[in-house]
Design a protein around this ligand. Sequence first.
Ligand SMILES: Nc1ncnc2c1ncn2[C@@H]1O[C@H](COP(=O)(O)OP(=O)(O)O)[C@@H](O)[C@H]1O
Ligand SMILES: [Mg+2]
Length: 251
Amino acid sequence: MTRIISVLNFKGGTGKTTTVVNLGMALALRGFRVLAVDLDHQGSLAKWLGVPTPLTIAEVLLGQAEWPDAIQRARTRFDVLPSDRRLAEAQELLIQRHASPSILSDRLRGITSASYDFIFLDCAPSINFLAEAALYFSKEVFIPISMEFLALVGAREVIIEILRARRLFSAHTARVSLVIPSFFDARHSKSHQTLHMLEEYFPGIVSSPIRATVRLSEAPGHQLTIFEYDPKGPGSQDFAKLAERVMRNEH
Ligand SMILES: Nc1ncnc2c1ncn2[C@@H]1O[C@H](COP(=O)(O)OP(=O)(O)O)[C@@H](O)[C@H]1O
Ligand SMILES: [Mg+2]
């Protein structure tokens, strides 16, 4: 069974894209087949992993291309369905056409039987149509939360949105299955306080933290995952540990 996972926080810069790239790679290295779908028009996944974007998720959503033609092989067992700025316009068009949030699952029909073990949806940091479509398509939601107040607010908004979507569409079954503390810095008491608070708010579903490390922020500039850029460093250790947790969390 393919696990379809939205990676969501309505605050920007909380580590969503970093999680999709490095958790995706960690799982691919362990033998799983992984697809990362970019639902942010900034197109970070293609830029980070260095894949071309002749066709993107925008054309797929608009019915101008089929998903197998837009998928790019990024690494062994790690594919990307990329985006770029065309996605912003595509979203506007879909809203004008009163498209249903089921459009993502409709246009990606058959993708779950394409033998992927994991599909990660890298969402933009806004409550928009594509975030709703991602929630509609996914069963699980991972929320990366950086150690700051606004990231907690963004996480709370994700939960409100999930509840709202569930009321509107009975097919909505997404639920938060993992909260990922990111930018953790053991020297700062704020990090420990936030972690403690997360464990109270989300009992049993808080993963081990991803430490703040400059290597993680440098890796995209080299078009490398952390396992290629700094294989023995803290970023690789933390994402390997996270992958173990995700593998155990079978649903
Ligand atoms: N654990 C970390 N330590 C240091 N820098 C990080 C870490 N996680 C992410 N970054 C950097 O912070 C910025 C925002 O991260 P990103 O994953 O793009 O956030 P989002 O996708 O939620 O907007 C990026 O420049 C990224 O390289
Ligand atoms: Mg991002």
